[in-house]
Write a protein that binds this ligand. Structure first.
Ligand SMILES: CC(C)(COP(=O)(O)OP(=O)(O)OC[C@H]1O[C@@H](n2cnc3c(N)ncnc32)[C@H](O)[C@@H]1OP(=O)(O)O)[C@@H](O)C(=O)NCCC(=O)NCCS
Length: 215
């Protein structure tokens, strides 16, 4: 099983799409970001976006597909097993993912989701730190996002990192009719923002210690 104390943050790759879609669906249910393999693929390769994942360093054997295999009649298994192996080989277990759109001067967080059984372990916060680091490297000035008005887990996280509510989008979530809060940072390259950000980053590192970052 997964040792949640050891994980890395890296750019998302095609081999992550199945698990990213799983987390997307779990975290955002009917409002999930993308609906098809093709749209995740396009987004991961979009030069004006960055998608990152938090994942275990070691590869794991996906249990979902194992069950499926045993249910497939032996004569069909002869033809499907290689295909199955092809899809699931070399998988690292993805704990969470996040995305950033790069616009002139502005970054927009498109997604931030962590598997429900791995929440409250600092992973969502570490993904957000990496997005802010990426945005800083890209000379982005401010970062914005939409969040459900009722989202009591995400809003404190964003506020901790200097996001403030700057507007409201009525009935933004079409499935539920819920409003979104539009949140934004001040200039992320400013000295006060960076000073506070570095403090938070170091505090996270001291508290959780377990993560190595390659983006
Ligand atoms: C929001 C989300 C990404 C947070 O991820 P996480 O890994 O559980 O969060 P962390 O453990 O890193 O927590 C970091 C901070 O977030 C806030 N937070 C996280 N979960 C919270 C909760 N259930 N209630 C209140 N605050 C919470 C806290 O400020 C916390 O800091 P603290 O540990 O010092 O209290 C996760 O709850 C999730 O995937 N939710 C579903 C998808 C979603 O709503 N995404 C945001 C869309 S805009």
């Amino acid at each position: 099983m997964v040792d949640k104390k050891q994980y890395i943050i890296r750019l998302a790759e095609d081999r992550d799409i199945r698990q990213v879609a799983e987390i997307d669906q779990e975290a955002f249910s009917e409002e999930q970001l993308f609906r098809s393999y093709g749209s995740y693929h396009r987004e991961i390769h979009n030069p004006l976006a960055r998608y990152i994942v938090a994942c275990t360093e070691e590869e794991h054997e996906p249990n979902v597909n194992k069950q499926t295999i045993s249910e497939i009649p032996w004569y069909k298994r002869l033809f499907t097993y290689d295909h199955h192996n092809e899809q699931t080989r070399n998988e690292q277990y993805i704990l969470g993912f996040a995305g950033l759109w790069i616009m002139p001067d502005e970054g927009h967080i498109t997604a931030l989701g962590v598997r429900s059984n791995h929440r409250r372990s600092g992973i969502g916060e570490r993904l957000l730190i990496s997005l802010i680091d990426l945005a800083t490297q890209l000379n982005i000035k401010t970062i914005s996002l939409e969040v459900r008005a009722s989202n009591e887990a995400a809003q404190p996280l964003y506020r901790k990192y200097g996001f403030q509510a700057i507007g409201r989008r009525p009935r933004y979530y079409s499935q539920t009719g819920e409003d979104a809060l539009l949140m934004s940072t001040n200039t992320i390259t400013s000295a006060p923002f960076q000073a506070r950000f570095q403090q938070l980053k170091e505090a996270h590192q001291r508290r959780w210690k377990e993560c190595s970052v390659t983006v």
